[in-house]
Design a protein around this ligand. Structure first.
Ligand code: ZN
Length: 341
C-alpha cells in the first residue's frame, strides 16, 4: 500500500501531492537584496486517476498580467474537480519582473531567452533551469500565456510550430480564430519544452499591464478546450472550444513601419481586414502639415498594433498576418467576438 502511494506521488519543490489532492507548492529562487526570500507559487491539482500532465504558465514577462488573471479565473472553475491527470498552474513565473511591473529580470535579461538554463548560470538561467527541472520535465503538455509588449496590443492568437502535427491539432482546438505558425525562438520556454517533447502552445492577447476582458475570456476558454482535447476534462458543450472549421492558420506576418517621424492617426484597428495598398495611418507634424500616409503591403488581418500615437521613423506600427482568404478570417473573428460577449 505504502509502496503504491509512493509510486503515484507527485513531488514539486518541497511538496508531495497525491492522487486526488489539490495543493500549493513553491519553488525557491534567489532572495532579494535584503535577504527576503522569493518563491514561485504553483497550484497543483491532481485527479483521482492518472492522465496527461499540463502546465499553464503566465508572466514569464513580468508585466504581461492578462495571463495572471486568466490563471486566477481558471483556478476558480468548479469543473477542475473532474480532472484526470495533473494540472500545474504557475500564475507568475518572473516574480522579479511582476513585483516591479517590468518585463525583465533585475539584470535586464529577458527570462524567455534564458531557457533551458543552467544550474550555475545567470539569475535568469538558474530560474529557467529550476522551471525546466521542477515543472516542464514532469509534463506532457504546456500552455504559456503572453500579451503584447508595453503599449502594443495583440489580437488573441496562438503561436506554435505547426510542423508538428500534435502541436498543430492542439493549437487549433484552443479556439481562437487566428493561429500563427511561428518558428521556435532561441532560448524560449516553448523551444526548450519542445526539445523535451512537451507539446507547448503560446497564447498572445492584449497588451502589457492591462486586463482585457475579451482576451481573458478567450484565454480561459482556450485552456479548458485544450484540457478537454487531451482528455483531462470531460467534454461539455458549455466550455468546449469553438468550431475547428473557423480556425485560420497564418504562415506569415509582417510589420508596417513608420515612414516618417511624427504623431499618427490610425485608420485600422486590431482584427481589421486589410487589402494590399489600404491606408493604415496618417503621420504628420504637430501642425498637421506634411502628412504622410502609411499603406499595407499585402492583404491580411491586423493582429498587433502600437498604442502610442507617436512614432519615430522606422518604429513598428501595425503587425499584419497574411492568410489565403483573410475575408473568411474576418468573418470568423466577428462571430468569435460575439460568442465572448
Ligand atoms: Zn511575453
Amino acid at each position: 500500500m505504502n509502496k503504491k502511494r509512493h509510486k503515484d506521488s507527485f513531488k514539486i519543490g518541497n511538496e508531495v501531492i497525491e492522487l486526488g489532492e489539490r495543493k500549493k507548492a513553491y519553488l525557491d529562487v534567489a532572495a532579494l537584496l535584503d535577504y527576503t526570500k522569493l518563491r514561485i507559487p504553483i497550484e497543483v491539482i491532481r485527479g483521482k486517476e492518472k492522465g496527461p500532465v499540463l502546465f499553464i504558465s503566465a508572466a514569464i514577462h513580468g508585466d504581461e498580467v492578462n495571463g495572471v488573471e486568466i490563471t486566477k479565473r481558471l483556478l476558480q472553475r468548479k469543473i477542475l474537480k473532474k480532472i484526470k491527470g495533473t494540472l500545474l498552474v504557475i500564475p507568475v513565473v518572473n516574480i522579479f519582473g511582476f513585483n516591479n511591473q517590468s518585463r525583465y529580470l533585475p539584470d535586464r535579461r529577458d527570462l524567455n531567452r534564458c531557457f533551458p538554463g543552467h544550474v550555475k548560470g545567470s539569475l535568469g538561467s538558474r530560474l529557467a533551469h529550476t522551471f525546466m527541472k521542477e515543472i516542464v520535465s514532469k509534463c506532457t503538455h504546456g500552455i504559456d500565456l503572453h500579451t503584447g509588449a508595453i503599449h502594443r496590443s495583440n489580437l488573441p492568437q496562438i503561436r506554435a510550430c505547426l510542423d508538428d502535427q500534435q502541436t498543430s491539432d492542439l493549437a487549433q482546438c484552443f479556439g481562437v480564430p487566428v493561429v500563427l505558425h511561428s518558428k521556435l525562438r532561441d532560448g524560449s520556454l516553448r523551444e526548450a519544452a519542445r526539445k523535451r517533447k512537451v507539446c507547448t502552445l503560446l497564447f498572445e492577447g492584449g497588451e502589457a499591464l492591462r486586463f482585457e476582458e475579451s482576451v481573458i475570456k478567450a484565454g480561459v476558454n482556450g485552456c479548458l478546450s485544450v484540457m478537454q482535447y487531451i482528455g483531462m476534462l470531460p467534454e461539455a458543450k458549455k466550455v468546449l472550444g469553438k468550431n475547428k472549421k473557423s480556425v485560420y492558420v497564418s504562415k506569415g506576418s509582417y510589420w508596417t513601419r513608420a515612414t516618417h517621424s511624427g504623431s499618427f492617426r490610425a485608420k485600422k484597428k486590431l482584427g481589421d481586414q486589410v487589402k494590399a495598398g489600404d491606408l493604415l495611418a496618417v503621420i504628420s507634424d504637430p501642425f498637421g502639415d506634411n502628412p504622410y500616409s502609411v499603406y499595407s503591403k499585402y492583404e491580411g488581418i491586423v493582429i498587433g498594433i502600437s498604442k502610442i500615437p507617436l512614432v519615430t521613423q522606422g518604429d513598428a506600427m501595425f503587425h499584419i498576418a497574411t492568410f489565403r482568404n483573410s475575408g473568411k478570417v474576418k468573418e470568423a473573428m466577428t462571430s468569435f467576438d460575439e460568442e465572448l460577449t
